[in-house]
Design a protein around this ligand. Structure first.
Ligand SMILES: Cc1cc2nc3c(=O)[nH]c(=O)nc-3n(C[C@H](O)[C@H](O)[C@H](O)COP(=O)(O)OP(=O)(O)OC[C@H]3O[C@@H](n4cnc5c(N)ncnc54)[C@H](O)[C@@H]3O)c2cc1C
Length: 393
């Protein structure tokens, strides 16, 4: 079995593991990143039709590490967000001129991953291994050794970026709080007749929230993406109906805020669950992104929180490097946990409770929701605070 050595081993090359590898490479560490699947850029069967809404806070960090200039060309700005409860009577409009900056940016997941991979190829201190299945962990005094199907990799620190069903977490028995939602989410990308004017919409229906994200136009066609949480069986049945019926159903749900649906380009279903690890570290291991926490996509923040993990980790690693200390010590892992746990926990709770409040239908709750919408719509300061939260700054 081949043996390799590095400073940081990142397990999982999803959109979080990749950005983490890129950020750390700037500090001069020797990094190995492993992925159990084939290299998706070469795999024509790779299928993720989702888009990611990148918050302003994430954009600022991506700028700092030099990735934003590659991503921005393929992203669409969000300048306004319109939130509606059940119907148009309860609504809040968040404008980008409340803050000087844009509210966010929308980019296709496949594009995002390809851009980061291309940028990583230029980094000589990063090695990527695909189709590498992780088996178990051993420890030496100052190293952790990960044993894979065909190789052993020793490192000062192992970063688990292997998603919500993290094998690292299962192997190390890190306890979690978990919630399985009764709903799934359907993601539909489509062309439409009117300009989206860089506006994102969120409709809160009893069956679950429906968001519309503005996308870059393609061949002069206005394009957007719907993310709709709803009953699992109902969404499965939508996957089977013909495009005309699906168009009618979606048009009935979204009204004509962006005109009529001209063409449905893709539809895909994603199961919904959320979890948070009771701690974000083990001996010589830290958890980042969905391996540490996964949340309901109601506010489009899952990846953005993962970026905050990377930022926290990056800043800690930078300080450690400057002090001539090693990564992966007990103190290092504890500091990372202290830096990240509470922030992620807040998002976990807020998104879960938002979903709960907006789904419930009762006279009292309807009254309070209506009262809350009016209050926020009229109160500039409150709006600013919510805008800052959504922008991740
Ligand atoms: C419908 C929907 C819409 C969303 N929209 C948004 C949005 O607009 N904005 C936002 O911020 N977030 C959004 N999210 C959340 C976002 O998709 C996730 O937070 C993000 O994908 C997490 O990235 P990750 O790299 O941590 O995990 P993943 O994307 O799950 O990647 C983990 C990687 O690790 C690999 N892996 C797993 N096990 C191993 C192993 N043992 N060895 C090696 N590799 C392994 C996997 O193959 C995978 O490539 C959305 C989520 C859903 C469900």
């Amino acid at each position: 079995m081949k043996e390799f050595d590095c400073d940081v081993l990142i397990v999982g090359s999803g959109p979080i593991g990749l950005v983490c590898a890129y950020a750390l490479s700037l500090l001069g560490y020797k990094i190995i990143i492993t992925e159990q699947k084939k290299n998706i850029t070469k795999n024509k069967f790779f299928f993720d039709t989702r888009t990611t809404a990148i918050s302003q806070g994430s954009k600022i960090f991506l700028e700092e590490i030099g990735l934003w200039r590659h991503i921005c060309k393929f992203s669409e700005k969000i300048k306004n967000i319109k939130v509606m409860d059940r119907n148009e009577t309860n609504k809040i409009n968040f404008f980008h001129n409340l803050k000087k900056n844009d509210l966010g940016y929308v980019v296709k997941n496949t594009k995002l991953i390809n851009i980061i991979k291309t940028a990583l190829q230029k980094k000589t201190n990063v090695i990527s291994y695909y189709e590498t299945k992780f088996f178990f962990i051993e420890y030496k005094t100052d190293k952790i050794i990960a044993v894979f199907n065909d190789k052993k990799i020793s490192a000062r620190l192992l970063v688990a970026a292997d998603g919500k069903n993290s094998s690292v977490r299962q192997l190390l028995n890190t306890p979690i709080f978990k919630k399985q939602y009764k709903e799934n989410a359907i993601v539909v990308n489509f062309f439409h007749t009117l300009k989206h004017n860089n506006t994102a919409y969120e409709f809160f229906y009893k069956s679950g929230p429906l968001a519309i994200l503005p996308m870059q136009s393609e061949n002069l066609n206005h394009q957007s993406s719907i993310i709709w949480s709803n009953n699992k069986n109902y969404l499965s049945s939508l996957m089977l109906v013909d495009k005309e019926l699906l168009t009618n159903i979606l048009e009935e749900k979204i009204g004509n805020v962006i005109g009529n649906i001209k063409q449905i380009n893709s539809k895909q279903i994603f199961p919904l669950s959320s979890h948070i690890n009771q701690r974000f570290y083990e001996k010589r291991v830290i958890y980042i992104g969905d391996s540490a926490h996964s949340i309901h996509p109601i506010a489009g923040q899952g990846w953005n929180i993962g970026l905050r993990d990377i930022k926290g980790f990056y800043e800690l690693a930078k300080k450690t490097n400057e002090l001539g200390l090693y990564l992966g010590t007990q103190q290092f892992c504890l500091n990372y946990n202290q830096n990240r746990f509470y922030d992620a926990y807040q998002f976990y709770q807020v998104t879960d409770k938002l979903n709960l409040i907006f789904k419930k239908d009762s006279l009292i709750l309807n009254y309070f929701r209506s009262f809350g919408f009016n209050l926020i719509e009229k109160n500039i300061n409150l709006k600013k605070r919510i805008t800052n939260f959504a922008m991740g700054i």
